[in-house]
Each structure stands twice: as structure tokens, then as C-alpha cells.
Write a protein that binds this ligand. Structure first.
Ligand code: FMN
Length: 143
């Protein structure tokens, strides 16, 4: 049986990790109907970008409940609001991958958006927002 992502996170920290990146891509697949064959040479390929964000936010939320090291959240971040989801789920920092290809200005826009949000909301340190939405224990069976 494969270990759950939460078990992997805990084992990684127990083995000495100083921080964790949550998450990465999710395996996907595409089939070319005309060729009747998988599109990718490896059959499966990593799906990234906005489609995976809810999955990655959920995992960040869950991992933050079981480890005590900083988490770098990533998966589909395209805006400051997206970054705030990860931060409020428990991430101390965020990473932006796919959107850098499609919209190279994303990182700067996110940084500026976070600054504007903090000003608007009277937040003096972004770290005050880390994990603020992480209020419930993991629902049973969800790991
Ligand atoms: C073109 C590309 C190359 C990637 N290469 C790596 C890699 O070498 N190692 C790794 O751990 N993750 C790799 N990733 C995954 C990203 O680091 C990131 O975890 C994932 O894409 C989700 O974030 P995003 O939706 O912001 O791209 C790669 C992603 C993309 C799109």
C-alpha cells in the first residue's frame, strides 16, 4: 500500500527535513483520439497550474496540521488571492511555476497584491496570516 502524503510529510520531517514544499504536480493523462494512443511518451504526465490549486491548498491545510516545520505552498498560484489561500492554509512562503510561463509578470503582481491586501486589511506582517484558516482537525478518512 502506498503511504499517504501526510505520512510522507511526517516521515520526511522525522528524517530531518527543515521545511517542506507542498505540493507538486498531479499525474494526469491525455489520449489523442485520432491516433488512439496516449499523447505523452511516458503515458502519464504531471498536471500543474490553476486546475490543481484546490488540491494543493487542501494538502497544505492537512500537512500543516501534522508537521511543525515551515511549508512552501505551491500549485496553480496565479494571483495574490491564490497565494493568500496557501498562506492561510498554513504555508509560510509560496512558489509560482506554471503561471510564470503563461504570464511572466505573475510573481511581481502577487507580491504587489499581497502588499496591497495587507495595507487594506491592516495586517502589519504577512506571517500573522500563516495558518489563520487552519482551524479544524482533519476530517476522518480524508488523509
Ligand atoms: C515545466 C515544469 C518543470 C518542472 N520541473 C520540476 C522539477 O524538476 N522538480 C520538481 O520537483 N518539480 C518540478 N515541477 C513542478 C513545480 O515545481 C510545481 O511543484 C508544480 O508545477 C505546481 O506548481 P505550479 O502550478 O505553480 O506550476 C515542474 C513544473 C513545470 C511546469
Amino acid at each position: 500500500m502506498r503511504p499517504t502524503p501526510l505520512a510522507v510529510a511526517q516521515a520526511t520531517v522525522a528524517a530531518g527535513a527543515d521545511c517542506l514544499v507542498v505540493a507538486n504536480t498531479w499525474l494526469g493523462m491525455a489520449i489523442d483520439p485520432k491516433k488512439r494512443r496516449p499523447v505523452f511518451a511516458n503515458t502519464f504526465a504531471g498536471l500543474s497550474g490553476p486546475a490543481i490549486r484546490p488540491l494543493a491548498v487542501r494538502l497544505t491545510y492537512q500537512v500543516a496540521q501534522v508537521v511543525d516545520v515551515p511549508i512552501v505552498g505551491c500549485g496553480g498560484i496565479a494571483s495574490a488571492s491564490d497565494a493568500l489561500e496557501f498562506i492561510m492554509a498554513g504555508a509560510t512562503a509560496v512558489q509560482i511555476g506554471t503561471m510564470t510561463f503563461t504570464e511572466p509578470g505573475t510573481m511581481l503582481a502577487v507580491i504587489e497584491g499581497l502588499r496591497a491586501f495587507c495595507e487594506r486589511e491592516g495586517v502589519t506582517a504577512l506571517t500573522d496570516l500563516v495558518g489563520v484558516a487552519n482551524i479544524r482537525p482533519i476530517p476522518e478518512g480524508a488523509a
